[in-house]
Design a binder for this molecule. Structure first.
Ligand code: CA
Ligand code: CA
Ligand code: CA
Length: 501
């Protein structure tokens, strides 16, 4: 084993197995550094301790977390009592001739979150003010990594610099035997025994796959994720509704934005097993799947809120079903898209019994593939607004003392979140109110209504989706159902209007 590798193992071991022998009065700095070097296949070979002999505490851990594709840098997590990022980089470059660049990851030098985030394109995210997110942030609630949102979609650009810090990282897979920086923490072993090998950021079930290859080949899932939880106040790009988040990804749709219900079902099971509180599914199809309904019911029975897009056919989900938005389940919240004027967007589906509320869905700026940013329209972008709002509310529930565990039957949690979002929505115009069950998303109003002490009152009034679509009415007239190529395995497609590069 090369000296450098030994050192890395030793340093990681020391940190993992024993409390750091803290220096008097010193507490460990936690930060990340970005490194670009000529040959990433090798571990860093320099003697970190050499220059630090005079320091009371050497670099305790140099742990590569991921590689950024757009900037071509590796990201290392550092825990140290003596060195600041500048000194750590100085030492690295002194002893490693191939280190071209080393700098502090920006998050350290700036406050982690702020009610006035410094993200340069925040001013282009006018939809945030539209749904009163800044007012919600001013209460001090900016999101938390202890609430998990699972994005069931086309995958994720998991190296996007404006997403990485807010992505769930499967701890069991990351620390499995032999998982290290050199192999990208992929040891070829299912370390948490959940059936998926090396599911570091989530799972891929596209076309019957069962692996951890969640890379987004479409861009849709990456845009959805950014709305929910792009890293806030990190000096780059945009901010999510949750400036801090924990986003799990589950990929079931391919590069064309299409996938099978059977694969979506496996995603629902996976998200639930991984402890998701909110699942967002910005996709739909017109063919009914009772298996999909069963999987959703299993998730919502544990308190998981499923946020679904209403669809972009300018039609009623009450009369022509759009699954899963039209499914009958009180733990589903189906979202239609509005314009920036809080009116129903002309392309959005609607339905008094099925579509619970509206959120912005036109020209929505979010994260794109390859570390870029992109603008997309459709109910696909409206649904993650509500999912993001739900996550922020759950963060407040937790702060107020509620048990937000989804590990036991806890149906009241999803119902309560849904109820708060609906009860505190802005009223719609008379014309729109005739087409949509609830109002327009108001995050600040809903957040302010989260009860103190964590008491959960199950709403007595039946919300939209309690009755929802009756498939016996017109399923026989549904052309998609008649021609379902999957032999009962319904197909789902993204609900977005965008051509991705
Ligand atoms: Ca696994
Ligand atoms: Ca593994
Ligand atoms: Ca940002």
């Amino acid at each position: 084993m090369p000296t450098g590798a030994c050192l890395l193992v030793c340093l990681a071991f020391c940190l993992c197995t024993a409390a750091r022998p803290a220096q008097k009065g010193a507490s460990a700095l936690e930060y990340r550094i970005l490194v670009r070097r000529l040959d990433r296949s090798q571990t860093i070979a320099g003697d970190f301790d050499h220059e630090m002999q005079s320091k009371p505490s050497a670099l305790a851990m140099l742990n590569r977390t991921h590689v950024s594709s757009s900037a071509d840098v590796e990201v290392f997590r550092v825990s140290n009592t003596a060195l600041d990022p500048f000194e750590a980089c100085e030492a690295l470059q002194l002893h490693n001739a191939d280190v071209e660049l080393c700098e502090a990851d920006q998050r350290l030098s700036i406050a982690a979150t702020s009610a006035s985030p410094n993200d340069p394109r925040y001013s282009d995210q006018t939809y945030l003010a539209n749904i009163s997110v800044p007012a919600a942030w001013r209460t001090g609630q900016l999101g938390t990594a202890s609430v998990r949102v699972c994005v069931v979609d086309t995958g994720l650009d998991y190296t996007h610099p404006d997403l990485v810090a807010n992505l769930w990282n499967n701890p069991a897979e990351r620390t499995g035997p032999g998982a290290n920086a050199a192999n990208g923490y992929q040891n070829g072993v299912d370390d948490d025994n959940n059936g998926i090998i090396d599911d570091l950021w989530g799972a891929d079930f596209t076309d019957g796959a069962s692996d951890g290859k969640v890379e987004d080949q479409n861009g849709h899932g990456t845009a959805v994720a950014g709305i929910i939880g792009a890293v806030g106040n990190n000096g780059q790009g945009i901010t999510g509704i949750n400036q801090v988040a924990s986003i799990i990804t589950c990929r079931f749709m391919d590069s064309t934005g299409n996938g099978f219900a059977s694969d979506a079902i496996r995603c629902l099971d996976y998200c639930t097993a991984m402890g998701a509180h909110v699942i967002t599914l910005s996709a739909g199809g017109t063919a009914q799947s009772s298996a999909l309904q069963t999987a959703i019911s299993a998730a919502t029975a544990r308190g998981v809120l499923l946020v679904a897009s209403a669809g972009n056919n300018d039609g009623s989900d009450d009369t022509t079903a759009h699954y899963p938005a039209s499914l009958s389940d009180p733990g589903i919240i189906a979202v239609g898209a509005s314009t920036s004027n809080k009116t129903l967007w002309s392309g959005s589906n609607y339905g008094k019994n099925t579509v619970a509320m509206l959120a912005p869905g036109v020209n929505i700026l979010s994260t794109g593939l390859g570390g870029t940013y992109t603008t997309t329209s459709g109910t696909s972008m409206a649904a993650p607004m509500v999912a993001g709002a739900a996550a922020l509310l759950l963060a407040q529930f937790a702060q107020n003392g509620a048990n937000i565990s989804t590990q036991a039957p806890n149906m009241g949690l999803a119902r309560q979140v849904k109820s708060l979002l609906l009860a505190n929505a802005d009223p719609l115009s008379a014309a729109d109110a005739g087409k949509v069950g609830g109002g327009f998303l108001n995050v600040a109003a809903a957040l302010a209504a989260v009860p103190q002490g964590g008491s959960l009152a199950v709403p007595t009034q039946a919300p939209p989706n309690a009755a929802a679509f009756d498939p016996s009415v017109d399923a026989a007239d549904d052309p998609m159902q008649k021609s379902d190529p999957g032999g009962g395995n319904a197909e789902l497609s993204i609900d977005a209007e965008h051509s991705y590069p």
